[in-house]
Design a protein around this ligand. Structure first.
Ligand code: HAM
Length: 416
């Protein structure tokens, strides 16, 4: 039996050509946007100790229960490919004692690949990029919360050049959330027999997550459950009202959604998700505040707030024109044809590169006509030809003028 071809794993993407240029352009835009908010980029490892995600993202989350890529143990520790960044960034802050810095909050941004073993479909991948930020401080104040929320909105709007809709909810301080969980458990307990297997587990680990169940019967039941607003403290309500009034003042389209609990266990306080305002089908990004994550992974009392955007979801939502604008136009300064073939052309290429000019060469198998067609496809600005007798000619691809030049003249002309 013949062996099947080796293929890209399901739910992953081969980035090359135009798609890679869109990705690079988007990364540049998002990083520039974050720097307007004082963020510095961090780059934690792609895999971490498995227990980091169990303690932060949480045992009741689908991510940890069903979707992690766990690496085969080779030593005495279990490792998992990161399903998100928040846990890793908090571990980085803890391990490097950055919580002791005098200048708080720390404002970190990131972009990289994350891995979730999901059923692949459009906008739902197993390997995908997330961009995001985490702001950390002993106590996250209103300004920091608003800055994180507004950055997520502005970054999405600028990336897509579209309006966005923000769904927000307030899960309350740790104590309010615990009281609410208790009320939910009391409400769901008599219905446990009729509920789906996932919700039976959620009932034990985090009843809040039952509100996120997509199974029709459980979803309907969730609508009758106690509402979080009734469990918020006066302080929580004040903070939520202040956030909402700033959104109103800035004209941000938002909708309060008290069923929004998010799929990760660590949230307390403000949570939100961002959608394309015109087709709010799947979330482009989401985030929220977390007050005990750092403690749960063995650190001090330290809070955080952040969000992540799904890069592939953003790209999927972009118009072709927007993609074209974003794709880095990295024109080629010089396409160098070497008909002398003694290595002199490569020495010349190195000289031009030292001048900051980009230079590429075709295969030596190609004839003159083929080389010029290739130069056009690569959108080269100039073609430089080193002829068999060693003389050099420069062709400006816009004016189509071609003339013989010395090496010195060539460098002067190209510098211009
Ligand atoms: P999340 O909601 O799990 O939050 O993911 C954020 C975004 O990643 C989603 O809104 C979506 O755009 C994208 N995403 C999620 N799963 C997939 C998938 N299978 N395929 C493609 N894109 C996907 C977090 O990850 C939190 N760490 C956000 C956060 C940061 N909270 C506080 N700080």
């Amino acid at each position: 039996m013949s062996e099947s071809a080796i293929r890209r794993p399901r739910g992953t993407t081969d980035y090359f050509g135009f798609d890679e240029e869109v990705l690079l352009g988007l990364e540049r835009l998002l990083m520039e946007e974050s720097s307007l908010y004082g963020c510095k980029r961090v780059n934690p490892p792609v895999f971490e100790e498995s227990r980091l995600f169990h303690r932060s993202v949480g045992e009741s989350s689908d991510i940890v229960r069903k979707e992690t890529f766990d690496l085969l143990s080779k030593g005495d520790k279990d490792y998992t490919l990161r399903p998100e960044f928040t846990a890793g960034v908090n571990r980085l802050v803890l391990e490097n004692k950055l919580y002791a810095l005098p200048d708080l909050p720390v404002r970190f941004s990131y972009m990289g690949k994350v891995f979730r073993y999901e059923r692949p479909q459009s906008g739902r991948l197993r390997e995908f990029y997330q961009y995001g930020v985490e702001f950390l401080d002993a106590k996250i104040d209103l300004d920091t919360s608003l800055d994180a929320l507004l950055l997520s909105i502005e970054a999405t709007k600028k990336a897509l050049k579209k309006d966005v809709l923000v769904l927000i909810n307030f899960l309350g301080s740790f104590q309010s959330r615990e009281n609410y969980k208790k009320a939910l458990a009391d409400f769901f307990r008599p219905h446990l027999d009729e509920m789906c297997d996932d919700c039976k587990k959620r009932f034990e680990t985090n009843p809040l997550r039952i509100l996120d169940c997509k199974v029709e019967k459980d979803h309907e039941l969730g609508k009758m459950a106690p509402r979080i607003e009734d469990y918020l403290s006066a302080e929580d309500k004040k903070e939520y009202d202040a956030i909402v009034s700033v959104l109103e003042e800035l004209g941000v389209s938002y909708r309060k959604d008290d069923g929004l609990v998010r799929g990760l266990d660590y949230y307390t306080g403000l949570v939100w998700e961002i959608y394309d305002a015109e087709k709010p089908t799947s979330a482009l990004g989401g985030g929220g505040k977390y007050s005990s994550l750092m403690k749960d992974i063995g650190g001090p009392e330290f809070e955080g707030i952040g969000f992540s955007l799904g890069i592939e979801r953003l790209i999927l939502d972009m118009t072709p024109e927007r993609k074209k604008e974003l794709s880095l136009t990295s024109p080629l300064d010089v396409f160098l044809l070497d008909f002398e073939r003694s290595g002199k052309a490569i020495a010349l290429a190195q000289k031009l590169r030292k001048e900051g000019l980009s230079v590429s060469l075709p295969s030596q198998q190609k004839g003159m006509g083929g080389c010029f067609k290739m130069a056009d496809r690569l959108k080269a600005r100039n073609v430089v030809i080193v002829f068999e007798d060693g003389h050099i000619e420069l062709k400006d691809m816009e004016s189509r003028n071609q003339k013989a030049v010395t090496e010195e003249e060539l460098i002067t002309l190209l510098r211009r």
